[in-house]
Design a protein around this ligand. Structure first.
Ligand code: HXC
Length: 514
């Protein structure tokens, strides 16, 4: 005979669902925040969540903690589906000891990460925590370290996404920092290693939590967060969108959507460039014309805006885009742009996402600020990242490709598979103005009319080098293409490269200039 529903189990579940209790749940809502369970319900496909470790409790006895037991111990872990695809998820529950991390709380997160790793599916962490559980001392710190180590083990194996939906301070920040993407909720989240009070004591600076480590600060100044969200729901929707571009693991191909029109000519590209070489334009308008409609998701949008990186689809398949942005710093590469670009390139390469580079770069940004902040080492990061990438790599030179930046921006020389150039491309050591000033210095100086001589020499240099044909003659450019043909060329090249495989040179690991 079938046993009726076990009442003890049901009551225990009900207790677990209450977390830290109704009063604390209300407080969470008053702060305009969802609870951990509400967040999980919102992001996962309806009814798909399977919880693991609901009845785990902490083992601490100090400071009367043995009398304060909450089922789940401040973190909800389990698995479910997003748009039909499996994910592992954990959500810290601020209503239980402020979501602080105890030994058992850490064990639950590590167990979830192990599950994601062996199942080869992405892991999403929803962070909302007062940090180390103060009453547990070093056991909590050990728990953090276990998570950090697991983050590193999972790096490059499965996508790891961190949402910061409340406090995240002290060493706790290092787990999200080691995951692939971070998204912060504006006004209700912050991340810092030391908070405003310590800052005041040590450096005498007066700063608010928001200024020091709020979402906007990290999106614009530090680049710690890749995305911001206006509230919890926006944050969870953005994670879903991001996930739609990513494969489950490094062993899987990128997700595919039904194919849109393939080979169409994009006539709007024909007159998209301004008349003057020195006039800026928004590279995003070109990206949006080339990729599948409404598929571009910009990453790190507000940080180092002189380079644009992001995901899109072309012919239904995910791609990663790296593009110089002429409306900021004329599209020059600087320290932050190099860091931003390098990290994105490495992510795409880890997870089989082909790279498309749109190039319009006048060079590296000059100046003491750049040199003293190690543009040499940082620029080398981008060079290294492109050079080691084995995914399909295609470059389109749109306008300027000057100097070292030409080599760095996914040139043929460092392993790009196809390099195309628009007829407007200028591939040279530098622009005609600067070049003629240097190489014709004496002739210009001794000319009857130096201004006129300089102009003539500029034209001479421009006629010789300010075009793509010298590079095409050498085979450094595979083909000079009409702008309208860009999408078609990319689709066909990617189709050809679909099974590209390069066996890496045997070594332990490379030594990227960090
Ligand atoms: C234990 C904690 C806690 C913590 C908060 N709580 N943080 N319990 N350990 N770290 C508890 C509070 O006692 C309270 O319990 C409940 O969570 C909510 O906290 P409130 O202070 O009432 O909430 P709020 O005003 O929103 O302030 C949130 C807060 C604040 C800013 C996070 O609680 C705070 O400053 N906490 C301490 C943060 C901290 O210093 N953590 C250690 C960082 S160092 P009741 O019972 O009243 O609901 C660190 C090192 C990690 O984490 C190293 C890794 C290598």
């Amino acid at each position: 005979m079938r046993k009726k529903v076990d009442q003890v189990l049901e009551e225990k579940k009900e207790l677990a669902f209450l977390g830290g209790g109704k009063e604390r749940i209300n407080k969470q809502h008053q702060k305009n925040k969802l609870t951990a369970r509400e967040r999980i319900d919102f992001i996962l496909d309806e009814g798909s969540f399977e919880e693991i470790g609901m009845f785990v409790t902490h083992r601490a006895t100090e400071f009367g903690l043995e009398k304060q037991q909450y089922l789940g111990d401040g973190v909800i872990t389990g698995y479910g589906k997003i748009d039909g695809r499996s994910v592992v998820i954990f959500a810290q529950d601020f209503t239980v000891f402020g979501g602080s991390l105890s030994e058992t709380h850490a064990e639950k997160i590590v167990k979830a990460m192990d599950l994601a790793l062996k199942s080869k599916i992405p892991i999403i962490g929803l962070n909302d925590s007062g940090g180390a559980r103060i009453q547990e001392g070093v056991r909590s710190l050990a728990g953090y370290a276990d998570i950090f180590k697991k983050n590193v083990d999972a790096s490059g194996v499965i996508p790891q996404i961190s949402a910061i939906m409340g406090p995240c301070a002290g060493g706790a920040v290092y787990s999200p920092a080691m995951t692939d993407f971070t998204i912060m909720v504006q006004k209700s989240s912050y991340m810092f290693v030391t908070g405003p009070n310590v800052v005041k004591t040590v450096t005498n600076e007066t700063v608010t939590s928001e200024e020091l480590g709020g979402a906007d600060t990290h999106a614009t100044k530090s680049g710690v967060t890749h995305f911001t969200a206006s509230n919890d729901m926006d944050c969870l929707l953005k994670i879903k969108k991001l996930l739609s571009y990513l494969p489950n693991s490094f062993e899987n191909k990128v997700p595919e959507l039904p194919i849109q029109l393939q080979d169409e000519r994009i006539e709007e590209l024909e007159d998209i460039l301004p008349n003057s070489i020195n006039q800026p334009y928004d590279i995003v308008s070109i990206i949006e014309l080339i990729v599948d409609k409404k598929s571009f998701l910009e990453v790190h949008k507000d940080f180092a805006e002189n380079i644009v990186v992001g995901f899109a689809r072309i012919g239904g398949k995910s791609i990663g885009i790296v593009a110089n942005q002429p409306i900021y710093l004329a599209g020059c590469l600087d320290v932050k742009a190099s860091q931003k670009g390098a990290r994105f390139v490495r992510f795409c390469d880890s997870f089989n996402i082909p790279l498309i580079v749109l190039e319009d770069v006048p060079g590296f940004l000059p100046g003491t600020d750049q040199e003293w902040n190690a543009i040499i080492t940082n620029g080398a990061k981008l060079l290294y990242a492109f050079s080691e990438a084995t995914v399909a790599r295609i470059t389109i030179i749109i306008r300027k490709a000057y100097g070292g930046a030409y080599d760095v921006m996914n040139s043929k020389h460092i392993g790009a598979d196809f390099n195309f150039a628009w007829p407007s491309a200028e591939i040279a050591v530098m622009g005609a103005k600067g070049a003629s000033e240097i190489i014709f210095k004496n002739e210009i100086k001794s000319a009857a009319d130096p201004a006129q001589a300089w102009e003539e020499k500029q034209n001479l240099y421009a006629d010789t080098f300010a075009n793509p044909y010298k590079a095409a003659a050498r085979g450094f450019i595979d083909e000079v293409i009409q702008p309208y043909d860009t999408r078609r060329k990319i689709i066909r090249s990617l189709d050809l490269l679909a099974n590209k495989k390069i066996n890496p040179i045997a070594k332990k690991h490379g030594n990227i200039p960090l």
